[in-house]
Design a protein around this ligand. Structure first.
Ligand code: TYD
Ligand code: MG
Length: 455
């Protein structure tokens, strides 16, 4: 009689679900230490599962016979958030909103909750981080008080489910998944097994009741959602909220969206009275007033959105043996490369100068498309030559001093035209030297002696 071999032991990573036959200290997939543990061997019942005849309307069908009906969406009441979600909230959608503590997640979701309540759709806001009084104070300040907005300060998952049964909301917000725990799972709130259990239960409720649920998730310093990675696989939409503490500007991007595109960006501003949408952020990253030598506007791409961003450069004679290079908002290694190209290919020497290069408004602009604007700004500062307000520059520089085309050039050009830039200097100029001459030819800021300053 053949003897059945015992099933090999299986070890599973609690973070990402990776499996291995041998125990290892570090997960081979997500590279985390100490997350691999032995999984209970599957029971005979699981190993010898009998296939079931599927229900008639669940039968597998050829893809061509599958009818599509557009998932009906409801607006979240916040246009910029809708844009990121792909048009609105789909019933039964599980949405994860991630972001660093303090970036404004709770403020945004309170606004979404208030808008939903105003539209007559009851909302349950389960806050496990703040007391009802704290949330009410904030709601008073941001004008989010409404009778259809139900508030529960609760850290126990079962009680939150009880609230859902009682309140019968049409939208649930859980703030945050790391502070809620389930009594069915061991460990404290925030541990991977707890986070996974809480999220999985909420998602199941969302699907069973076609009830959209927005789950807040904190991220670790390196930008990952704290807790198990599987969370990102479980939910339908992952939105990431980002922003600099020094500025009031905030962006939300969709990192994953089962119902729409992932290249949309929502733009917000934190104000004293709550979070405000910024539907047209085109003026935010430009300086006001006359053009100074050493500035150049580029057209950056944030997701699908083209945004004008001003690059400013300041060069002064250096007194240090190693001249300073200070860069804000741009990629420092690209700036170093552009300085080398300027010196070698356009005879603009900066090796004895301290160079400061920055974007206006604290925006991060690290695309290669920034190269040309950096070069023109630095050249302008060295040669005291200003770029006319009607000129923008977009282009990547090659080490040979040629201008390379950038992604979505047509879109950037049309945004530049919409905003009144008459000329976009780009790869049509072929070389950096030609582009600098081109800008110089357009310069109407003559020096007192009537000369157009050279680049
Ligand atoms: P919050 O929504 O609590 O952040 P999160 O939930 O992501 O941790 O936002 C906290 C920050 O937002 C805090 O630093 C203060 C600021 N803020 C405003 O600027 N305006 C406002 O109206 C509110 C409520 C907060
Ligand atoms: Mg919060």
């Amino acid at each position: 009689m053949a003897t059945r071999k015992p099933a090999p032991p299986a070890f599973v990573c609690t973070e990402c679900g990776w499996t291995t036959a041998k125990w290892v200290g570090r997960c081979g997939e997500c590279q985390q230490w100490g997350t691999v543990s032995e999984q209970a061997a599957p029971t005979g019942f699981l190993r010898r599962m009998t296939p079931l005849a599927p229900h008639a309307d669940r039968a597998a069908r050829p893809i061509t016979q599958i009818t599509t009906e557009d998932a009906p969406r409801r607006t979240s009441g916040v246009g910029e958030f809708d844009r990121v979600l792909g048009g609105g909230i789909v019933p039964g959608a599980a949405i994860l909103l991630s972001g660093e503590p303090g970036v404004g997640k709770s403020t945004l979701l309170l606004e979404v909750a208030a808008q939903s309540a105003r539209a007559g759709r009851r909302v349950l806001y389960a806050s496990a981080e703040e007391s009802p009084a704290q949330v009410r104070l904030r709601a008073e300040r941001t004008g989010a008080l409404h009778d259809e907005l139900y508030l529960a300060s609760e850290t126990d998952l079962a009680t939150i489910l009880g609230h859902i049964d009682e309140v019968r909301p049409q939208l649930v917000i859980v703030d945050s998944v790391q502070t809620v725990s389930s009594s069915l799972t061991d460990g404290a709130a925030g541990q991977p097994s707890q986070v996974r259990e809480v999220a999985a239960t909420l998602i199941r409720v969302a699907k069973e009741r076609s009830l959209p649920i927005i789950i807040v998730g904190h991220v670790t310093k390196d930008g990952q959602v704290a807790g198990p990675r599987v969370l990102e696989h479980l939910v339908d939409v992952v939105c990431h909220f980002e922003g600099d503490r020094q500025t009031s500007l905030r962006f939300i991007r969709a990192l994953k969206n089962r119902f729409g595109p992932t290249d949309e960006v929502g733009c917000f501003e934190m104000t004293g009275g709550g979070i405000a949408e910024v539907p047209d952020p085109s003026g935010l990253f430009l300086s006001q007033g006359a053009t100074e030598p050493g500035t150049c506007v580029a057209i950056a791409l944030e997701g699908k959105r083209a945004l004008p961003v001003e690059v400013q450069a300041l060069t002064i004679p250096s007194s240090a043996p190693n001249p300073r290079r200070v860069v804000h908002g741009l990629d420092a290694s690209r700036v170093a490369m552009v300085l080398a190209i300027l010196e070698k290919r356009a005879s603009i020497k900066t090796s004895m100068l301290d160079v400061y290069v920055s974007t206006v408004g604290g925006v991060r602009f690290t695309e290669p498309a920034a190269d040309l604007a950096i070069a023109i700004a630095v050249a302008g500062s060295v040669q005291l030559n200003s770029v006319p307000r009607t000129v923008a520059a977009v282009g990547e520089l090659s080490l040979a001093g040629e201008i390379r085309p950038v992604t979505q050039a047509a879109q950037r050009r049309s945004e530049a035209a919409r905003l009144g830039y008459e000329q976009v200097v780009d790869d049509r100029s072929k070389t950096l030297r030609a582009a600098l001459n081109d800008v110089r030819a357009r310069n109407t800021n003559r020096r007192p002696d009537g000369e157009i300053p050279p680049f």
